[in-house]
Design a protein around this ligand. Structure first.
Ligand SMILES: [Zn+2]
Length: 570
């Protein structure tokens, strides 16, 4: 019906759906409890009318077998796949099976472990919990059959390469029982003589990556560490395509198995003494040089006016912490105090307290030394905060990008907004760098690399939002802005405030989001999701000159307000 003249009336399964004059519409409809969903469309425009049926396929859900008291949902085994752990380490088990059952996991050596009914209420998927305000439709129906059982299996060789037998789950309800092989193989990690690995996120030598391997607290979890290529660590477990590193006796990180290269058998675990450290002053930064016994795993923790470097496997012999550096005179004013601590036998921290709030930093290995480079904040004129600033704008996508109901493609809208914001920023005396200027696809890393190479003072990535099936866009749409590092929280807040003022849609607020474009450490960075391209009215705003100027003004005002606030810093 796109392009139809006059008001269009659209009904789907009898529900009336509003249609914009440009033909755009979006509907939120329940799905039947089936693998096939049929939608009857009925549209009228003046004397014309049209009807058709759209059939959607829905992924099948597990259904208990009819007429059986005992059953096992064989899609629910957790964990499944291959696992490697030190002997005896506990593996949490979970499975969905018939209610009121006795559940046991039979082990090939004759013993068994019990599984007990899970007493905690069912969890919502994490993504839904984060995004949807209206979760009721997705809660498990109270009448849903069966329940979840949980257990604890001490690691032992199981089901490996056909050499050892597998575990069998037995579910018994009165006189009926069901059995299934638990699809899990367990091999053992030798921690007495451990495997030492080196991290390399670009084993193919494509040169297109950031040379950082992200570490996560749980397999496939969100990023919590960023290990440069060359970092050496001890492997302490594997689960399918994830490897667990023992950073210290108490800290572990999961990384992608593809980034892990084992060193020759017999390589000793990394660790040893960290000796005296020194600062070096440069025109745009102050650099801390830390001599290490090996390329140890590390983590930098940022606070408002301090940076703490945590070295795993290091022990302090830091006799000297020198503020003055060769080639310069006196003490650099940016770093007010250095200190170190040894919170555990194999964890060492070095803290730099700063005279100014953190603007940015970066870390790299130089041979075996670690360099922590602290960026000097720019000198901002509170009367004209944008004058002389270098602002990197990132028009989000391609690759990928959402599409609106009439087909407007997100990268087309984000580039139009970025070009308008560039005009406004330049009028206020800033120089503007765009990470792309046409529809050629640009990967994420080259975008942040570009901003860093040009020492951009601020990076803002411009996007338009969409939601997946299952989250109601009518109750969950609006303006939101994401940051990753603490220094960018204020930038996100100012952008959100300015965008809401310009665009007048619902304020979803700011959020911390694990986005590549929000993660650079060298400058404050934020990602704006000011409008929902999937909603007809907001798609129309994104397509219009007026809407694009308003989005652009919101971005510019947000950046300017952030800079003005930082200029007033005592
Ligand atoms: Zn996007």
């Amino acid at each position: 019906m796109r392009g139809a003249r006059g008001p269009v009336h659209l009904g789907i399964n009898g529900q009336s759906i509003p249609v914009l004059p440009n033909g755009a519409w979006i509907a939120w409809l329940p799905l039947p409890d089936d693998t096939v969903a049929q939608f009857l469309f009925a549209a009228t425009a003046g004397p014309d009318s049209s009807r058709f049926v759209f059939t959607a396929r829905i992924a099948p859900q597990f259904r208990p077998p009819a007429g059986r008291a005992a059953w096992i949902d064989t899609t629910s085994f957790t964990p499944a796949g291959s696992l490697a752990l030190p002997l005896g380490e506990g593996i949490p088990l979970s499975v969905h099976a018939a209610s009121n059952a006795t559940v046991r996991l039979l082990l090939p050596w004759g013993s068994s472990v019990p599984l007990v009914p899970d007493s905690s209420p069912p969890a919502l998927p994490g993504g839904l919990r984060a995004f949807t305000i209206d979760t009721a439709p997705r809660r498990l129906a109270p009448g849903e059959p069966g329940r979840r059982y949980v257990g604890w299996l001490p690691a032992a060789a199981l089901c490996v390469d056909g050499r050892t037998a597998c575990a069998t789950l037995v579910v018994t309800v009165e006189n009926d029982s069901a059995t299934a092989r638990w699809p899990l193989a367990v091999s053992l990690e030798d921690m007495a003589f451990p495997t030492v690995v080196v991290l390399d996120d670009d084993t193919a030598r494509s040169g297109t990556t950031d040379s950082l391997t992200p570490g996560r607290a749980v397999p496939h979890g969100t990023y919590n560490w960023f290990f440069p290529t060359g970092t050496v660590a001890v492997e302490s477990g594997r689960w399918s395509d994830q490897v667990r590193l023992a950073l210290s006796r108490t800290a572990v990180a999961w990384v992608n198995a593809g980034d892990v290269v084992p060193l020759p058998t017999g390589t000793p675990p990394p660790g040893g003494v960290v000796s005296s450290v020194r600062l070096t002053s440069g025109p745009k930064s102050v650099t801390l040089r830390v001599p290490l016994p090996a390329r140890l795993p590390y983590q930098v923790t940022e606070r408002e006016r301090s940076l703490t470097l945590r070295l795993y496997g290091g022990a302090s012999d830091i006799n000297w912490m020198q503020y003055g550096a060769s080639g310069t005179t006196g003490t650099d004013p940016l770093v007010t105090r250095m200190s170190y601590a040894q919170p555990a036998a194999d964890e060492l921290t070095i803290t730099l307290e700063l005279a100014r709030r953190v603007w940015g930093y970066r870390v790299r290995f130089d041979g075996r030394d670690l360099l922590l480079e602290v960026r000097r904040p720019p000198v901002v004129d509170p009367a004209r905060p944008l004058r002389g600033r270098t602002i990197a704008l990132d028009p989000g996508h391609p690759p990928l990008g959402a599409r609106g109901p009439t087909g407007l493609w997100e990268p087309v809208a984000t580039l139009a907004v970025a070009l308008k914001a560039k005009t406004l920023l330049e009028r206020s005396g800033a120089s503007v760098l765009l990470t792309r200027t046409d529809t050629t696809a640009v990967e994420l890393y080259p975008r942040t690399r570009f901003a860093e190479l040009h020492d951009a003072d601020i990076l803002v990535s411009i996007h338009a939002n969409a939601l997946p099936d299952g989250i109601n866009p009518f109750t969950n749409s609006g303006t939101s802005v994401y940051y990753f590092h603490p220094r960018s929280t204020r930038l996100a807040r100012e952008l959100d405030r300015a965008l809401v003022a310009e665009l007048g849609v619902r304020d979803l607020g700011i959020g911390r989001g694990d986005y590549a474009l929000a993660r650079p450490t060298w400058m404050p960075a934020a990602l704006t999701e000011a409008l929902f391209i999937m909603l007809p009215d907001q798609e129309a705003m994104l397509a219009s000159e007026d809407g694009q100027w308003r989005y652009a003004r919101g971005v510019v005002n947000g950046i300017e307000n952030f800079l003005r606030e930082r200029a007033r810093e005592p």
